[in-house]
Design a protein around this ligand. Structure first.
Ligand SMILES: *Cc1c(COP(=O)(O)O)cnc(C)c1O
Length: 455
């Protein structure tokens, strides 16, 4: 198995290189050079636990890393979860909920990032080198990225966030981590400022390579690969194909499901749920991909207008024609509007729904009243979307965060007291560490240099 770029402009690379490079040099994303069909394995896979299943899937996608090491890595990564099942499935009314929030920061991104941090470490150790990760977060991804690498002796992580503009809880999940390799930077500006600073620092290729700078964004192939595991794990618990309902922002989570389906997982269809930031809802309705303005909602991790992982879906849709993908993405970059299918685009396996704030709150309230089960505002989007469709297949809704991460919205919906979780109650305010910098590239650069070079 080799990895090619969605834009067709680079030579195929190994799994290891795809993971370490993150993004391809032609601006595209890495994709496997073929989709392996695994139908013959399904019966034996039903008996495996989560880590064993992950090892089987990785042995196909990561043939250049030995099986024993991958197995050990998965066991280690998933031992940080507070459920033996890693992603337990629970029945809620007529639906099933797949809980993806049992990792250290209580959100689904832990599943992939606990693995990615360890993969980086494994490769760095072989190469006897080091890595300085630089990331920007509007709140949620930062803590999962930090938790994936904290304590590493080969990796430092620098996370930029808009100071004072994330929730107090989100900030504390990052800043209360004590490991010396973790550096939280509050920027006196917006999330856009953080991203802009990060982009211009990465744009300085000299600086980037001299100081071993890397990223942990949602486009890393390893994240997509790891997420494939829970689609198999959950669908193999049923004796008929299931429908998955997925609350969506960057299209990363659902893309893994689509790949699992193409590999032969018993999946009937997908329900794609967006909040008011509905660029993907509209795309799957009309084939039109149009940039809009980001609106702040109660499901902030889905407040996204450009869904970077959609490019991988387009690559599949366009029969691996990198040049076509390239033209599409160029068109989007230049004008903020592109289209596929000339008004006739439809993907029968993806049903899209837009769920507004009022509907989300109502869904949280009703689910609590009817089933005594509390969902977070992101999960509520998927749940509301699932309830709006009819069909014979069992539906599995992906729960992407623990409700205690979003206590205010949940309390508003249920009228009860805010949900809590021991992990969040244990966060120690007195231990918080961060630096606050002005919103310009120069001050961030100087800080990085000070930490990296020690002077
Ligand atoms: C990131 C995130 C999402 C969106 O996932 P994508 O892969 O970007 O579609 C949904 N819910 C929560 C809680 C998240 O953190």
């Amino acid at each position: 198995m080799k990895y090619v770029s969605t834009r067709g402009g680079v030579e195929p690379v190994s799994f290891r290189d795809a993971v370490m490079f993150g993004q391809a040099n032609d601006g595209g994303l890495y994709m496997p050079d073929h989709i392996p069909i695994v139908r013959d394995h399904l019966e034996s896979w039903r008996k495996l636990n989560f880590s064993e299943l992950a090892t089987e899937i990785a042995s196909i996608y990561a043939p250049d890393i030995c099986r024993e090491r991958m197995s050990k890595l998965f066991n280690d990564a998933f031992s940080t979860f507070d459920s033996r099942e890693v992603t337990p499935l629970v029945k809620v009314g007529d639906l099933y909920v797949l809980e993806l929030f049992h990792g250290p920061t209580l959100a689904f991104k832990d599943i992939a990032l606990q693995v990615l941090g360890r993969l980086f470490e494994l490769v760095l150790e072989e190469q006897d080198s080091k890595l300085n990760i630089l990331g920007a977060t509007s709140g949620d991804t930062g803590s999962a990225a930090i938790a994936g690498v904290e304590g590493s002796s080969r990796i430092r992580i620098f996370i930029l966030f808009p100071d004072g503009r994330t929730s107090a809880l989100q900030e504390l999940q990052m800043t209360s981590i004590q490991s010396q390799n973790v550096h939280c930077i509050g920027v006196e500006g917006s999330f856009d400022d953080c991203q802009q600073i990060m982009k211009s620092i990465f744009g300085d290729v000299e600086f980037k390579s001299r100081y071993h700078l890397g990223a942990v964004n949602s486009i890393n192939w390893a994240r997509v690969m790891v997420q494939i595991v829970y689609y198999f794990y959950a669908s193999l618990k049923f004796d008929r194909p299931v429908t998955f309902s997925v609350p969506t922002g960057n299209f990363g989570n659902i893309l893994s499901g689509i790949l699992a389906q193409r590999m032969g997982a018993p999946i009937d269809r997908f329900v794609l749920g967006t909040n008011e930031n509905d660029i993907l809802f509209k795309f799957f309705k009309s084939g039109q991909y149009q940039l809009g303005k980001v609106r702040a909602t109660i499901s902030p991790s889905m407040d996204i207008q450009v869904a970077s992982n959609l490019e991988r879906y387009l690559y599949l849709l366009m029969d691996s024609d990198g040049e076509r993908v390239n033209r599409f993405m160029d068109g989007f970059m230049n004008s903020g509007f592109v289209e596929v299918g000339g008004g006739n685009f439809a993907d029968p396996t993806i049903i899209s729904r837009r769920v507004n704030t009022e509907q989300s709150l109502k869904t949280i309230r009703e689910t609590w009243k009817e089933s005594r089960y509390i969902v977070d505002p992101h999960t509520a989007v998927g749940l509301a979307a699932a309830k709006s469709i009819s069909g014979n297949a069992q539906t599995v809704c992906l729960a992407t965060a623990h409700p205690a991460k979003f206590p205010d919205a949940v309390a508003q919906a249920t009228g009860g007291s805010p949900p809590t979780h021991p992990t969040l109650l244990a966060l120690d305010k007195t231990k918080a560490r961060k630096v606050v910098l002005t919103a310009n590239e120069q001050s961030v650069r100087e800080y990085l240099l000070e930490v990296i070079t020690g002077c």
